[in-house]
Design a protein around this ligand. Structure first.
Ligand code: FAD
Ligand code: PYC
Length: 416
């Protein structure tokens, strides 16, 4: 793998940037692979990386219909935390949080990980009780969590208004100090470079149009660049999980909704942490460039258009100005949307299916970014061993038959 230092930077600057080597290859697909991963987002690339690194499976391809990181990986607001209510969720999200801590070093790529802390605000008695319960549950699971009274919230995040006259006054908040944000494209590029270096073929501008099977087992895929034979196909396609599963006649308990976000003009550093409020429905952090990064809940309608509707923008603006009065004169630069796949219990699917060799990772709803390394890690294990490990097992599709749901609507923090 090519490494560059300050001298290369100067040399390339002087010769018009003509000598940079691509950080990964752009191969044509081979006629056969040991395994194919559909989807070149963070989760798909992480899966490929851990398959190659930890399971020695290097004859694999990641097939991406657009460009890597062009889906939700590049559209999300990168909030990272693991303060979910149930043991099963705490296990997977905290597994991911622990991996985030050292991922930059492992990939030798600056993913701009910032453990700046995440506040989840309570605005009424019901929410206060529910969030305090979550703090206790988190601590039992070894997840760092604290309860802050309104004055402590103000001390930790001075721009928040704790005026008791607010329509939804701040009654307190949970704080996860190890939560925070990172840089989405850096994560995607770091995983891509590392997976490529281990021999993984990353094939972009190549859409999977069909999955082939025989006698109940996967045999290959059809793509816009031809047919590829393989005994293992793993779908990691975020907002298109049901579309991919339907290629094998599988119907999944998933709905696809738009989720939008927006950024302001850059301003001086004012937000020391991430602030989330599910009651008034807005969340805000500040990027290293100075932009405020803002989002709200999903659009209620089902859609595959990567665009959100205006009433959500209006609602989130009203909520933000009330919570953070300094934002009232801020100008906004960009707004965009992605498609999120939502399961009935607001938890993901990491599962084998009744088609041998077909694996599904999806249904992360509004909150899959934070899980990226953990999700890739346990999914790689499932694909390699054909059995879920202890962290992945509760997220198998069988839970929709057995009723052992992992109901995380409260901890999802962004309505879905
Ligand atoms: P993606 O990056 O979408 O990757 C899937 C890839 O599959 C895409 O690149 C797509 O092009 C490809 N694909 C689809 N169909 C095909 C096909 N037929 N052939 C080939 N390729 C195909 N989560 C958090 O934890 N914190 C947040 O702050 C947060 N904010 C969010 C804000 C917004 C606006 C959105 C939309 C989502 C947010 N999320 C957040 C959720 C998070 O982005 C997703 O759960 C996560 O990124 C999904 O990861 P992925 O790698 O599976 O998805
Ligand atoms: O899951 O923490 C989250 C989240 C924040 C914004 C979107 N999802």
């Amino acid at each position: 793998m090519q490494r560059y230092g300050i001298l290369s930077l100067i040399r390339e600057g002087l010769r018009g940037h003509t000598g940079w080597e691509p950080a990964w290859r752009f191969p044509e697909p081979k006629p056969r692979y040991d395994a194919v991963i559909i989807g070149g987002g963070g989760h798909g690339l992480a899966t490929a990386y851990y398959l190659a690194k930890e399971h020695g499976l290097t004859d694999i391809a990641v097939i991406e219909k657009g460009w890597i990181g062009g889906g939700n990986a590049g559209r999300n607001t990168t909030i990272i935390r693991s303060n979910y209510l149930y043991d099963e969720s705490a296990a997977i999200y905290d597994h991911a949080l622990q991996l985030w801590k050292t991922l930059g070093r492992e990939l030798d790529f600056n993913i701009m990980m910032s453990h700046r802390g995440v506040l989840n605000l309570a605005h009424d008695e019901g929410e206060l009780r529910q969030l305090k319960r979550r703090v206790e549950a988190n601590r039992l699971n070894g997840v760092d969590a604290e309860w802050l009274e309104p004055e402590d919230v103000k001390a930790f995040c001075p721009p928040i208004s704790i005026s008791p006259t607010l329509r939804y006054p701040v009654l307190g908040a949970t704080l996860q100090r190890s939560g925070g944000t990172n840089r989405h494209d850096a994560v995607v590029w770091g995983y891509a470079r590392a997976a490529d270096a281990l021999g993984v073929d990353i094939i972009q501008q190549c859409e999977v149009t069909n999955i082939l099977s025989e006698g109940g087992a996967v045999t290959g895929i059809e793509t816009t660049k031809g047919t590829i034979a393989t005994p293992k196909v793993a779908s990691v396609t975020a907002g298109h999980t049901s579309v991919i599963a339907a290629m094998l006649g599988l119907k999944l308990p998933i709905e696809s909704h738009p989720l939008q976000a927006m950024v302001s003009e850059p301003i001086k550093p004012v937000m020391p942490c991430v602030v989330m409020s599910s009651a008034v429905h807005v969340y805000v952090s500040q990027s290293d460039k100075g932009e405020l990064v803002i989002g709200a809940g999903i659009d209620p309608h089902l859609s595959y258009t990567q665009r959100g509707s205006f009433d959500i923008v209006e609602h989130q603006m009203a909520a933000m100005v009330e919570l953070l009065p300094f934002t009232s004169r801020l100008r906004f630069m960009r707004q965009w949307g992605g498609i999120v796949d939502v399961c009935p219990d607001a938890s993901p699917v990491i599962s084998k299916t009744r088609i041998k060799g077909f694996y599904v990772n999806g249904g992360w709803g509004t909150g899959g970014w934070k899980a990226t390394p953990g999700s890739g890690h346990v999914f790689a294990d499932l694909i390699a061993n054909d059995e879920p490990n202890a962290i992945a097992a509760p997220f198998a599709l069988e839970r929709f038959v057995s009723g052992a749901l992992v109901a995380e609507h409260g901890a999802a923090a962004v309505a879905h």
